[in-house]
Design a protein around this ligand. Structure first.
Ligand code: DGP
Length: 215
């Protein structure tokens, strides 16, 4: 294994269903790491500002319908088009805190009935996160939170399917968090594990092998 000459940033991902509290935790973590003097940046998928991202945005806002497989590939392309910039930032020592990643890609599309292995395949070889936090809600809590959204997918029965697929996708390296807990408690746990990860991976090479071992 080749080691890096200068330390790199960590690739931290938060995953979960809609309304699981990811976006709040991502912001809290970025603010805290900045306070502690880390070089850190918030990233979010889908990245709606690119051309591909604006097509995804129209789809999510129900402005446009797109074939299930075609939109799946657009979500994946949206991740791929960001890879070189993300890689550069990580190698420059910037820690990326990322709101959603390829796991959402597979979970949301498979919840529509697409084959899970097919859903994973366009994302094979993406950067592999150094840590994945999964914001897990009980079905009772999910019940309370779902059903108010305006975007596509923000519907209770669909979110339940997504949650089940996330639970199927998770591997032993994921940190599964009880997302029903108080915001500050969750934040402290995410902060503690993120600091450990930043330290642990600082001189390790980036891994560009997402899901390669599964196929
Ligand atoms: P957010 O901006 O985090 O609320 O995400 C917007 C919606 O898009 C949310 O319902 C989850 C869904 N989503 C995120 N990534 C993907 C993806 O790669 N594929 C599909 N099909 N849906 C996704």
């Amino acid at each position: 294994m080749t080691f890096l000459e200068k330390s790199r940033g960590a690739f931290i991902v938060l995953e979960g269903c809609d309304r699981s509290g990811k976006s709040t935790q991502v912001k809290l973590l970025v603010n805290r790491l900045e306070q502690l003097g880390h070089n850190v940046m918030l990233w979010k998928f889908p990245e709606r500002k690119t051309q591909i991202g604006s097509m995804i945005d129209e789809y999510l806002k129900n402005v446009k319908d797109v074939d299930d497989k075609a939109i799946h590939l657009l979500f994946s392309a949206n991740r791929w088009e960001c890879m070189s910039e993300m890689k550069k930032k990580l190698l420059d020592g910037i820690t990326l805190v990322v709101d959603r990643y390829a796991y959402s890609g597979a979970a949301y599309s498979a919840a529509k009935g697409l084959d899970l292995e097919w859903c994973k395949s366009p994302d094979i070889g993406l950067l592999t996160p150094d840590i994945v936090f999964f914001m897990n809600l009980t079905s009772e809590e999910a019940e309370k939170r779902f059903g108010f959204g305006n975007e596509r997918y923000e519907e209770k029965a669909f979110q339940e399917k997504v949650r089940n697929i996330f639970n199927f996708l998770k591997d032993p390296t994921w940190k599964v968090l009880n997302a029903c807990r108080a915001v500050e408690k969750l934040h402290k746990e995410i902060e503690r594990l993120s600091l450990k990860t930043i330290q642990k991976c600082s001189n390790l090479p980036l891994k560009e092998d997402l899901w390669e071992k599964c196929f």
